[in-house]
Design a protein around this ligand. Sequence first.
Ligand code: UD1
Length: 377
Amino acid sequence: MRISLVAGARPNFMKLAPLVFALKKAGVGPRIVHTGQHYDEKMSDAFFDDLGIPTPDVNLGVGSGSHVFQIAEVMRQFETELARNPADIVVVMGDVNSTLAAALAAQKCGTKVAHVEAGLRSFDRTMPEEINRILTDGLSDWLFVSEPSGETNLRREGIDPGRIHFVGNVMIDTLLTHSERARGLGYHRELGLVPQKYQLVTLHRPSNVDSPERLESILRGLKQLSEELTTVFVVHPRTRTRLEQEGPGRLVADGNFVMIEPLGYLAMLSLMQTARIVLTDSGGMQEETTALGIPCLTLRENTERPVTVEIGTNALVGWKSDEIVSAAQRILSGGARRGRVPEKWDGRASERIVDVLIGSADAHSTNGRDTRNLATC
Ligand code: UD1
């Protein structure tokens, strides 16, 4: 069985790692395709090093650009890649531009597609990732779901239930594999921090950082909180550009902020483990804090990962400074929720995915359709 795994941007790499290892364990050597959507050492290579992922077999070198450019370029390059190295199954993960582009190119080339982390919905179509999710799911032959809402959403959209598999969360496979190493690293010491005495912040969604009003409001809230807790702000490249502007830059310069470049996986996990609160607009960190039992305030009005709010440690607080501050103060005064770990977030999701893929009776037929003859690439 020839399986190509496609990853392109930072949040893909922690999903890629356990799939590579589970496939290898099952005797399938996957081909690893990096689209090059993220290319900085800190946004890409650091994760391959930390997680022990083999060097990609190919890097499509797509890089930055508008969303349309990124998607079109991944499609063009991936078509050539599939023509040179045909696959029986292309596995895509998450919701970034590379995910959608690879899924669409694969289907156009007559190759079947598996989507890991299918079915998540924020119901906010202004989020670029929401469009990527809906379209990737519509294109996929296997839909691997990480939480119950995923299955409900897909059924509501009329996806054949036979294609949907609730397997759990591959992000948590990676987290559990590396938890002890991260604890041993004690990265807070590198930054001179005291455990439980700092809040950890990440921010990169266009809806937050590209709006001066929202960015300034969030930073005002963080600055107020920084009177009580050191604020460790891990700055995404998109956000760095915005912070260089005068208004936001001034707010950060005045407060008790420790500004740092993007971290590798282990250092970030280590900082999460000893943080008092995590404030973020990342999807993955909502899940990781729930798995770790650390309070998380999500700086958004919605989440595509509702299980983290329903039973985990996550709360949605939006972007208004007073709401951020009052939610954080509730936690600081002992009002943090005690969460539970969601079903099947047990470190075995990638194993379940591999069982389904390998166990599928005939990798060449989808609903009775023989896809081999459709190959056009
Ligand atoms: C992308 C994903 C988002 C994910 C996020 C995590 C899409 C639609 N968005 O958003 O789902 O949560 O990654 O990081 O796919 N840049 C660098 N170095 C890099 C990569 C990017 O400097 O290695 C710069 C780009 O030039 C651009 C900005 O960062 O100006 C944004 O990069 P882009 O890939 O467009 O999207 P992200 O905001 O990173």
